[in-house]
Ligand binder design. Structure first.
Ligand SMILES: CC(=O)SCCNC(=O)CCNC(=O)[C@H](O)C(C)(C)COP(=O)(O)OP(=O)(O)OC[C@H]1O[C@@H](n2cnc3c(N)ncnc32)[C@H](O)[C@@H]1OP(=O)(O)O
Ligand SMILES: CC(=O)C(=O)O
Length: 522
């Protein structure tokens, strides 16, 4: 089984994504993560482009990488310069990496219109640039920019460009679908032909403008490429690059070709999430293999089947890529979803228990009223425990009042809540202010209860979302409030629904407090 080399360009082509700006520190941390994952090459940046990338190459040489080699990226030399006097070439050498990748034009249209040199001159530029860099690096990879468009327009010329790079000593010829518009079947045909004509390894580098990048990369490998480039989570210019998070398991688990060890493959989810965090993005739930929804089952019939045999609705075992199976709760649930959730919540329920059907019916009624338990599993756990008589009341509400006062134009309104609760035989009556009425109510509720339950001091509100459920009803519409709370070790979601936003918020806040107290007791 021959190895497929994984070449990651998150830090170079991925950094060309809109909204992404990695600091040097970010790049170094991602480098270490990619090394742990075991990718063979990490394209760290474009040293001829900016001081940040130059600084990165200075610092990355101090990291003790175990699995990956760092690569510096740049272009062939400028037409009016000789390689020895070209700034890009100089910066590439000064980066001091064992491997250098340069891109060169291979589409005759681009040579004439973008570079504005003759076709012959471009061949010399490619040849001379590779020859020059080979004296300074262990290996030089040649990225054949726009290779597929070039091949379709003028195959002879595109192949001549590859030959110029090979003759100069390039160690890998990477066929790039730079505009990302090539259809997968065409990629397969072209790679097959390119592989036949050249002695050095062939690579593929796909962009995702036609949403074919992952499929085309896999086809490239199937038709003879032994090196595949891409980025974590498909970051990249315009619609992104080929997504290594899908390509790696596809190659390894579907084609049976080796690129990472099984232990490394299990780090895939962790790496995917790490890059999302560093990039300051929200994780893409439906990301194949590593997304939260990748192995999340909602339909009752699916859940019934996976409880018998997971393979019935899972194309691979989630653990292979560090992910895990999830079962969702909604009005599409059946008894199997409830049974599985009971197991997760530590509730003993037998398959023939009559209470299961009651819980399913209640769940569907509440979802019909606007509740959504998929994002509020803590509320669902409370609902189940209440239905089964396993829930103890921690406090009783004796009333609350909210005042929002704006005393003059241009002054911020003041929000104040007073609340009365009963815990055991004690009545607590307290007040608190807040940034808005919900915040004031939250503060007052917790202030009243903290005296009896000091553990509530740890609880923080992380997210508060309101969704209008009945369109066209203006300010009298029914709303759903979803709250995400957390303490030192956990996060949990709760929900409330009402035509009154304060009441919906109160329901969600009370569930949040209840859940924390329940977990403390358990
Ligand atoms: C397909 C890819 O992703 S390739 C990588 C693209 N990435 C980037 O462009 C990000 C980093 N780039 C940069 O920081 C800047 O563009 C620099 C520093 C490299 C160059 O900046 P400038 O010198 O100001 O040039 P500018 O960006 O305006 O234009 C690029 C020049 O490179 C030339 N060029 C483009 N491709 C090549 C090539 N393969 N070989 C040689 N020259 C090239 C263009 O013809 C253009 O020359 P011109 O100014 O004579 O028209
Ligand atoms: C080299 C490169 O990034 C491309 O052709 O897309």
């Amino acid at each position: 089984m021959h190895r497929i080399d994984i070449y990651d360009t998150t830090l170079r082509d991925g950094a060309q994504s809109e909204d992404i700006s990695f600091s040097v520190e970010d790049k170094l941390r991602i480098t270490e993560k990619l090394d742990e994952l075991g990718v063979h090459y990490i394209e760290g940046g474009y040293p001829g482009s900016n001081p940040r990338d130059i600084d990165y190459f200075r610092k990355v040489s101090r990291l003790k990488l175990v699995n990956s080699k760092v690569v510096a990226f740049g272009s062939t030399h400028r037409p009016k310069k000789k390689p020895g006097g070209d700034e890009t070439m100089k910066a590439l050498i000064e980066a001091g990496t064992p491997i250098i990748t340069i891109f060169g034009k291979t589409w005759d249209f681009h040579v004439k219109e973008a570079l504005r040199v003759s076709l012959e001159e471009n061949l010399d530029i490619i040849h001379d640039s590779v020859t020059f860099l080979k004296k300074h690096a262990e290996k030089v990879f040649f990225d054949a920019e726009h290779f597929f468009d070039g091949y379709i327009n003028n195959p002879k010329y595109a192949l001549k460009c590859l030959k110029a790079a090979q003759d100069a000593g390039a160690d890998c010829l990477v066929l790039c679908d730079t505009n990302g518009g090539t259809i997968t079947s065409v990629v397969g045909d072209v790679v097959k032909k390119a592989v036949k004509g050249y002695a050095v390894p062939i690579g593929v580098h796909m962009h995702n403008d036609a949403d074919c990048a992952v499929a085309s990369s896999v086809t490239g490998v199937e038709t003879g490429a032994s090196h595949v480039q891409g980025t974590i989570n498909g970051l990249g210019e315009r619609c992104g690059n080929a997504n290594l998070i899908s390509i790696i398991p596809n190659i390894q688990l579907k084609l049976g070709m080796k690129c990472l060890t099984p232990e490394q493959l299990r780090k895939l989810r962790d790496v995917s999430r790490f890059v999302t965090e560093i990039a300051n993005l929200r994780h893409f739930k439906r990301q194949p293999y590593t997304g939260d929804s990748a192995f999340a089952h909602k339909g009752g019939m699916h859940v019934s089947a996976i409880l018998k045999r997971p393979e019935t609705y899972e194309h691979v075992s989630p653990g292979l890529v560090g992910n895990s199976q999830r079962v969702l709760i909604s009005d599409l649930a059946g008894k199997s979803n409830i049974l599985r959730k009971a197991e997760e919540f530590g509730i003993r329920l037998s398959t023939d228990s009559v209470q299961i059907q009651d819980i399913v019916t209640k769940l569907k009624e509440l979802e019909n009223q606007g509740f959504q338990f998929e994002g509020a599993e803590a509320s669902f756990e409370l609902l189940m425990k209440k239905s089964l008589g396993l829930h103890k009341k921690f406090f009783e509400l004796m009333g609350f009042r909210l005042i929002v006062e704006k005393r003059k134009e241009g002054e911020e309104p003041i929000s104040e809540a007073t609340i009365m609760v009963k815990v055991g035989g004690h009545v607590e009556h307290t007040a608190a202010t807040g940034k808005g009425p919900v915040n004031a109510l939250d503060n007052a509720l917790r202030k009243a209860l903290e005296k009896f339950y000091p553990e509530l001091k740890e609880v923080k509100l992380h997210d508060y979302k309101v969704r209008v459920l009945t369109a066209g009803k203006g300010t009298s519409a029914k709303v759903r409030v979803l709250v995400e709370s957390g303490d030192k070790g956990n996060r949990w979601g709760t929900v409330g629904v009402s035509e009154n936003i304060i009441e919906a918020s109160y329901q969600a806040l009370v569930d949040s407090v209840d859940y924390k107290l329940l977990k403390e007791e358990e």
